[in-house]
Design a protein around this ligand. Structure first.
Ligand code: SF4
Ligand code: SF4
Length: 472
């Protein structure tokens, strides 16, 4: 029985409710009056229900779809301006006891190189990441209680936060590890993590059980209820996502929004971020064996509809996507991207020989961070290395209420400019620095409060003289 407030996965992702939602979308895909009504509600920027959002996703009236894309772009501009937050993944270990059939780290894959970084190797990786200019990481590990126990993850977080190399510092560590206990989430919270990220992979229970035939991840309920336990452990910024290509995208879309509604109903705050990965080629994995792959147009529409349905939620796209695709979806709602990523264990310090591949997937965007930063600025975006919110205690509902009031603009924009300035001073190529300086000068005028503009000007001068880590 569908109940968004229930603690049970089968209730808040009720299969019957998803099927009804899909039928509702299908029945109304030409219903212009209803689509107009939903678009009018969406313009209030307070979000949509999963049932309303599916009607937009299914709509095949060209004119309405164009309205939808324009609205998504406008909402993106209203809440995120032209800023794009930068991050990089850091793979700690690819040992895994699970049997996920779409991931090369599955336990039965005997030809992938298995690696686990020592604390010294983590230092080398983090210094390499700092030397690129990164300030925000997403930690990744397989699930393996022997090789990657929680103590290893906690020690690694401690190591990462402790590395101060030249002007570099990792200021926010987000964590993407397997579903775990409330007690372990509390330990992660105490270790100072930013967001806890866990992809659902698929919300379709029957498919989920087949796609995860062995290992602890086989337990659909335990996995699906992980965000609730994370919240109970004190982590109020959680990041959701599905792996598009495993199941029918309409099912995943409805499930994702129902999950967001559940978190909002129970904890008063929806997901901090939503990621939209698509399945990619990797060692032992041929994406063509999965029937549900989505084309670029569908992908763009999903991004636009999520943007409209949950306007306050950050949206992430990784280097799984090509430069071209990333460019397209940046306009439609993406607020965070990775750059210069390595998806292998230890790949930042030393590129690994091909015969020793330990990567989770093939990267489609192979550019360096400097190239990505340069490219973003060339399109008028401000690459931001900001990590201010959680360091200022603006997490969970405190973050969301600030965001909903529109006041976050007075933090994000100046923070983006100051962290970009740090990047330009410490890491950028000459060309990137030149473009960036012009951009910063132009964008200072777009800070809403004059007083804040003045403070930013003073701080930019201080950054030039070597002082770091200013934030609002
Ligand atoms: Fe392990 Fe995660 Fe890969 Fe599954 S998706 S095999 S849990 S690393
Ligand atoms: Fe993100 Fe907060 Fe920085 Fe804005 S001020 S970019 S919301 S961390």
């Amino acid at each position: 029985m569908y109940d968004p407030k229930s603690p049970h996965a089968d209730d808040f992702i009720d299969h019957g409710e998803v099927m009804e939602t899909l039928a509702y979308g299908e029945a109304n895909k030409h219903n212009e009056a209803l689509i107009d009504e939903i678009l009018a509600k969406a313009r209030l920027r307070k979000g949509l229900t999963h049932k309303e959002a599916i009607v937009l996703l299914d709509c095949d009236l060209e004119e309405k779809n164009q309205e939808m894309f324009a609205l998504a772009e406008q909402i993106k501009k209203d809440f995120y301006g032209n800023r794009i937050v930068m991050f990089a993944p850091l793979y700690l270990s690819n040992y895994c006891v699970n049997g996920c059939v779409y991931c090369p780290y599955h336990a039965k894959n005997k030809h992938i190189a298995r690696k686990k970084l020592t604390q010294e190797e983590i230092r080398r990786e983090v210094i390499a990441l700092q030397d690129m200019g990164h300030k925000r990481l997403a930690l990744e590990t397989g699930e393996d209680p022997v090789h990657n126990p929680i103590e290893y993850v906690l020690e690694s977080i401690d190591t990462i936060y402790g590395i101060k190399h030249k002007n570099g510092a990792i200021r926010r560590v987000n964590v993407n590890i397997a579903a775990t206990t409330v007690e372990n989430y509390r330990k992660l919270k105490d270790a100072g993590i930013g967001t806890y990220i866990l992809f659902q992979e698929t919300y379709h229970k029957e498919s989920y059980l087949k796609l995860h035939p062995t290992g602890p991840k086989h337990d659909y309920d335990y996995h699906t209820e992980a965000m609730d336990r994370a919240q109970m452990g004190g982590i109020d910024d959680v990041g959701c996502g599905v792996l598009f290509g495993l199941e029918l995208y309409r099912y995943e879309f409805a499930g994702l929004l129902m999950h967001a509604e559940h978190l909002e109903a129970v904890f008063g705050v929806g997901p901090h971020t939503i990621s939209v990965p698509r399945i990619r080629r990797a060692d032992d994995i041929d994406p063509d064996t999965f029937d549900n792959g989505i084309d670029d147009d569908t992908f763009a529409k999903i991004v636009a509809c999520i943007r409209i349905a949950v306007p306050y939620t950050g949206m992430i796209v990784s280097t799984r996507e090509s430069q071209k695709t990333r460019e397209r979806v940046l306009h439609l709602g993406i607020s965070q991207i990775s750059g210069g990523s390595k998806t292998s264990v230890g790949g930042y310090y030393e590129p690994e020989p091909e015969e020793e591949c330990s990567a989770q997937f093939d990267v489609s965007d192979n550019r360096t961070l400097d190239q990505v930063v340069n490219w973003l600025m060339g399109m008028g975006y401000i690459p931001s290395f900001c990590t201010a919110c959680y360091r200022e205690g603006r997490t969970g509902d405190r973050f969301m209420s600030l965001c909903k009031s529109g006041q976050i603009q007075n933090c994000c924009h100046p923070n983006a400019l100051m962290t970009l300035k740090e990047y330009l001073m410490d890491y950028a190529s000459e060309d990137t620095r030149r473009i960036g300086e012009v951009l910063i000068e132009r964008e200072i005028g777009n800070i809403p409060k004059e007083k804040v503009q003045q403070i930013v000007r003073e701080r930019l001068i201080q950054i030039e003289s070597g002082i770091r880590d200013f934030r609002f």
